[in-house]
Design a protein around this ligand. Sequence first.
Ligand code: GLN
Length: 287
Amino acid sequence: MTVKEIKDRISSRLEAAGIEDHIYESWLFLEWKLGISRADYYMDPEAQVDEDRLEDLEKALARRQAREPFAYIMGRSEFMGYSFLTDNRVLIPRQDTECLVELAADRIRTRSDRGAGLRILDLCTGSGCIGICIKKMFPKAEVVLSDHSEGALEVAGENARQLQAEVEILKGDLFDPVSGTFDLILSNPPYIPSEVVDGLMPEVADYEPRTALDGEADGLYYYRKIVAQAPAYLKEEGSLLFEIGHDQGRDLETLLEEAGFTDISIEKDLAGLDRIACGTWRVPRLG
Ligand code: GLN
């Protein structure tokens, strides 16, 4: 078969499975399974490929046709330029979340020399993508990852090992396993309202861990709990940074305000949508 025939076949099979980006994804499969880049393709679309090289591609394609996310099939995803091990025990690291890391990095840089002396907590760490990137950027900072899911922590631990990030990993519900105070608490907790989760695209609803997505009735369950408990774990002038859903800015502003946080701000992502909520903790003074 020619490369062009293979590419067209991948693309039409993905399209038949209802995958919108079928053309883009056909390039991904071609590159990943046959080592043929776009440039290779255009140099010689009529190049012949041996049939026996297609077996692996077939298997991966069948999984994708069942709407399993590409990142789980490949077992990796890219985040902030690092390659993270990714399987169905964790939420797939998303570009949206890179905004949280960038904002945190800006704050860390202005606060200290390469993070020296800072303690940073990544709560609900999942794959570990947030905390591990921070540790890579600021090796002098002390970074703690925590999650309630054993499976997620196995993935986070493996990612930390592969990326050579020396982080501390704790297992437990939110702050339960955490001790001491932090300069920065970062979190991308589950924030999708329960009844919305089932209606999401099959890649998300059928494959990603529900516990990483479902923020209960109004989606704000974990924000409420974290906002209430965070002051006990923040240093004076420590900050809490959340990833949020595009329509949750107002709610988060209110939650942070009512809990006594200051310097509250809602920041936008590259698409111009509300994506991050920040608040700073100053110990309230009496009188
Ligand atoms: N912190 C992880 C991420 O951003 C996992 C988030 C989650 O499980 N809700 O990808």
